[in-house]
Ligand binder design. Sequence first.
Ligand SMILES: N[C@H](CCC[C@H](N)C(=O)O)C(=O)O
Length: 293
Amino acid sequence: MSARIPFSRMNGLGNEILVADMRGRADTIEPQAAIVLANDTQTRFDQIMAIHDPQTAGTDAFVRIINTDGSEAGACGNGTRCVVHYLSALNGQREFLFQTKAGLLEARALPGGLISVDMGQPRFDWQSIPLAQKVDDTNATLIEFPLASPAFSRAAVVSMGNPHAVFFVDADVNSIALENYGSQLEHHPLFPDRANISIAQVTRPTALTMRTWERGVGLTRACGSAACAASVLAARTGRAERRIVVTVPGGDLIIEWRDDDHVIMTGPAEWEWSGTLDPLSGAFDRDAERASA
Ligand SMILES: N[C@H](CCC[C@H](N)C(=O)O)C(=O)O
């Protein structure tokens, strides 16, 4: 019988996150446990952020990112802010260095409650995204996806530690039925590791609005790494400045693509409730309600 795992149900602008504290343990949350948690209305999640003991000197933790379908990702902006909120509430620490399977992420709890994450440098070369074949990206090539929809068919692509395709549109993103095309595009043969699919409308050089169909999840209310991807691609294609407010269904993020090529994402994280879970069965219980952390 494995000891139960402390976890917190949180969200980053409505991106539903379970933060599981696996530190001091050698086990993981088994796939069947993740399926049970994903199918319970109380614990359904877009991602599980599993905090493990550091694997590299100088880092605070190794963080595994698990999507609803059990697939693992290399980046999760909203989830990383939730991990900062969780750890900072435990011991007051405000500066963190996390390792994920895509690299290192510096993060900081700011005065006033917002959290900023250095999401690293964007990767534009086709092998890093990855794409199944070479695509000339000298001008951030827009790749043609002949779709039934007249609303969008040409995407720019980038990796933020995870693969993103962003379709820039002139229409209100809430008027486009992304759910009708998301799965087909997520699984497009050009994306050997699948891809996160976003539609984005640049409304001013310093503002864009977007929605995302997430790889391994589907439509979500926010996707932090997609907000970074859309901002970088908007700047790279001359649509926007390098510091921009990104509006997603769950709220606003501030994204800055710094001159040192690092992409800084700043936004909130919200604690909802805490409990413990069984890593084998996915059975869980909730702690007595307490004031928000
Ligand atoms: N579904 C994404 C991982 C989570 C990204 C998103 N929740 C974020 O805030 O960045 C992927 O498979 O690449």
